[in-house]
Design a protein around this ligand. Structure first.
Ligand SMILES: [Zn+2]
Length: 312
């Protein structure tokens, strides 16, 4: 049996452990996208923002590679911190230089949280930035007042003249899916354990709507979340009779098509990866701790790589 390939296009890996990376790789996750977001603790200086963005374009990308997973990211000022105007102004100034770095596949995650005037101001400014840099956009829709917030996000995108096929609207649910699809946007779903969107509900939506422009992600972060949500949803969908071709779209191909429009992400990246060598250093540091034996792989052909389904 070959392991299908999955992409988790919304995963805050900076908050996750090496166990997560190992489990994701073993379950078939070949690539992740790490959206810039808030880190729980509000940032008080632009300097900490610069270091955070440097981490997601730099160290985290390296760290993922050490576990055999390709790492991409999105760059943006999140909606919560948009409410700190002094910080937001300074962050807007540094965003363009980060947005042009290797592996940046979108401006995001941006949008509304409490739908305040400041959130609106910086959402619009970042849509203009995406337009200028010709990058896709990842939209975080609010968890409160979701239906109105989602419609409003799409209204604003249209007002700024961005084509809907370059915009992924994330955190959809049963209430928002029809409108998101009908307006031509990519509809992403974050599968959270215990609340919001579980994977049984996701499978029901696949049954009802098919998989055209549907994207499944884990949105795993520092909160209650499951870094294996994409492979688990794919498995459940197969068990419940969703055709493989639809599972492939929702858990792999659609994310690649949407974010591949950045020109920064292609299948070649994981079909012909350089072999894992955990002796590799990033700015003088490795992921190893004193005395740990490094994992060193012999180069493998893509065909051999597909055959690996051993979860140790
Ligand atoms: Zn997120």
């Amino acid at each position: 049996m070959t392991t299908p390939m999955y992409i988790d296009p919304h995963a805050h890996m900076i908050s996750r452990t090496t166990n997560d990376y190992e489990a994701m790789a073993a379950a078939g996750v070949v690539a992740v996208i790490e959206p810039a977001f808030w880190i729980g603790q509000p940032r008080t200086y632009v300097g900490t923002y610069i270091d955070y963005l440097s981490t997601i374009v730099g160290w985290e990308r390296f760290r993922a590679g050490q576990f055999g997973i390709r790492h991409y990211c999105t760059i943006g000022l999140n909606s919560k911190e948009a409410n700190n105007e002094e910080l937001a102004e300074q962050v807007m100034e540094i965003l363009p230089r980060f947005a042009l770095k290797d592996g940046v596949v979108a401006i995001g995650e941006i949008g509304y949280d409490e739908q305040t005037p400041l959130e609106d101001k910086y959402f619009r400014a970042q849509l203009e930035l995406a337009k200028e840099l010709d990058l896709p956009v990842m939209i975080h829709t609010p968890h409160r007042d979701k239906k109105r917030g989602t419609s409003r996000s799409m209204d604003v995108v249209e007002e700024h003249g961005l084509p809907p096929d370059k915009v992924v609207v994330d955190h959809n649910n049963e209430e928002t899916i029809a409108e998101t699809l009908q307006r031509g946007f990519w509809a992403a779903f974050s599968i959270y354990p215990g609340s919001k969107m579980g994977n049984e509900r996701m499978v029901e939506l696949l049954k009802q709507y098919g998989a055209e422009r549907i994207i499944v992600d884990s949105a795993c972060d520092w909160g209650v979340s499951d870094s294996l949500a994409v492979p688990k949803t794919a498995k459940l969908a197969a068990e419940r009779g969703i055709p493989q071709e639809q599972i492939h779209k929702a858990c792999y191909a659609n994310a690649l098509a949407a974010y591949g429009q950045s020109g920064q992400m292609s299948e070649e990246d994981w079909l012909n990866p350089s072999p894992i060598d955990q002796r590799t250093l990033y700015a003088g540091n490795s992921i190893l701790r004193g005395g740990a034996a490094p994992r060193i792989e012999e180069p493998v052909s893509p065909a051999q790589a597909e055959d690996k389904l051993i979860i140790r």
